[in-house]
Design a protein around this ligand. Structure first.
Ligand SMILES: [Zn+2]
Length: 282
C-alpha cells in the first residue's frame, strides 16, 4: 500500500490505549525482518532512518529501498527521519520521500527549539508529512547514572503546552527517564511526570530509548500516555548475539548469516508488537 503519514494511526493508538513502534534500521536484512514481523502481526508502524545518513554517501539509495518495501507491504508503514539534526536534514528527507520527520532541537535553548520546529512544521505540513519534536533531552545510556537517572534533561510540564501551541508540532518526544543505547544500570521511568505531561497536552507522546526497558515498563509507559516507542538497540544487540552464535556453526555462510539477521530482527519486533499492543491493529 502507499506510504502513509503515521499521524492518523498514532491518534487511533491514543484512543485505543496502545502504542506503535518506530523500528530504526540502517541495512537491508534487518529491514526485511522488520517487515516480516509487521506482516505477520498485522501491525502499523514507523521505520526510522537516522538523520546522519544524509551526511554519508548514497543516502537516497537506502531510503528508496525502504520506501519500496513499505509500498509492497499490506500494512500501513511510515518512513520517518529520526533525530533530524537541522531544518536542512528535514527538507532532504522530505525530498527523498519520507512520510514524516522528527526535528530534534532538544539541546537548544527553548526559544531556538521552538523557532526551528516552527519552520520544519510549515515545510512538512505543506507536503502532507507530520512532525515530531523533542522537548527536554533524552541522553545516552552510557552517561545514564550522571544524567537520566538524576532527572537531568527531563521535560518540564510547564513548558509543554507553550511548545505545542507555538510550534503546531504533531507528536512530541519527552524525556522521562529513558536513554539511547545500552544503559549503565537499570532504567527508571518517571511515570508521574509522564502522566502530568499527558494531562496538559492532547497530541501523541513519544518514548525514545525504549531498548532495555522491561515489558512491564513499556506497558506502564503506554498506560501513562505514550503512543510511539523508538527501538534500535534491542534489535542490534539481538542480531549481534545471534550472529556470534551462528558463526560457530560449521555450515555458516554469508547467506545464512544475513538470514540470521533477518530472523533476529523479526523475532524481537514480533515480541515488541505484542507488548505495545499494536498487533492486529493494521
Ligand atoms: Zn531517539
Amino acid at each position: 500500500m502507499p506510504l502513509v503519514s503515521i499521524l492518523d494511526e498514532l491518534k487511533k493508538a491514543q484512543a485505543g490505549g496502545y502504542a506503535l513502534p518506530c523500528f530504526d534500521t540502517f541495512e537491508m536484512h534487518g529491514t526485511m525482518g522488520i517487515f516480516d514481523a509487521l506482516e505477520a502481526k498485522r501491525a502499523p508502524a514507523m521505520i526510522g532512518l537516522w538523520s546522519g545518513m544524509f551526511d554519508r554517501p548514497h543516502p537516497r539509495a537506502f531510503a528508496d529501498y525502504v520506501r519500496a518495501m513499505a509500498e509492497e507491504a499490506t500494512v500501513p508503514v511510515s518512513i520517518i527521519l529520526d533525530h533530524g539534526a537541522s531544518f536542512e536534514h528535514c527538507i532532504k528527507a522530505l525530498d527523498a520521500g519520507f512520510s514524516d520527520v522528527m526535528y530534534d532541537g532538544s539541546k537548544l535553548p527553548f526559544e531556538e527549539n521552538v523557532a526551528n520546529t516552527v519552520l520544519v512544521v510549515r515545510a512538512a505540513h505543506a507536503v502532507g508529512a507530520a512532525v515530531e519534536a523533542e522537548l527536554g533531552h533524552v541522553g545516552t545510556g552510557r552517561t545514564y547514572q550522571e544524567f537520566g537517572a538524576q532527572g537531568k534533561g527531563f521535560t518540564e510540564p510547564d513548558t509543554v503546552v507553550r511548545f505545542v501551541e507555538e510550534t503546531g508540532v504533531d507528536f512530541l518526544a519527552v524525556a522521562v527517564g529513558t536513554a539511547h543505547g545500552l544503559y549503565d544500570g537499570e532504567p527508571k521511568l518517571a511515570l508521574d511526570l509522564l502522566a502530568e505531561i499527558r494531562e496538559r497536552v492532547d497530541i501523541p507522546l513519544v518514548l525514545h530509548g525504549g531498548s532495555g526497558l522491561a515489558d512491564e515498563q513499556f506497558r506502564a509507559a503506554i498506560a501513562a500516555g505514550i503512543q510511539k516507542v523508538n527501538i534500535f538497540t534491542n534489535l542490534a544487540v539481538g542480531a549481534t548475539q545471534r550472529l556470534l552464535q551462528h558463526a560457530k556453526e560449521e555450515n555458516a555462510s554469508v547467506f545464512s548469516m544475513t538470514g540470521q539477521v533477518r530472523q533476529a530482527f523479526c523475532g524481537e519486533c514480533e515480541r515488541l508488537l505484542d507488548v505495545f499492543g499494536s498487533t492486529g491493529k493494521a
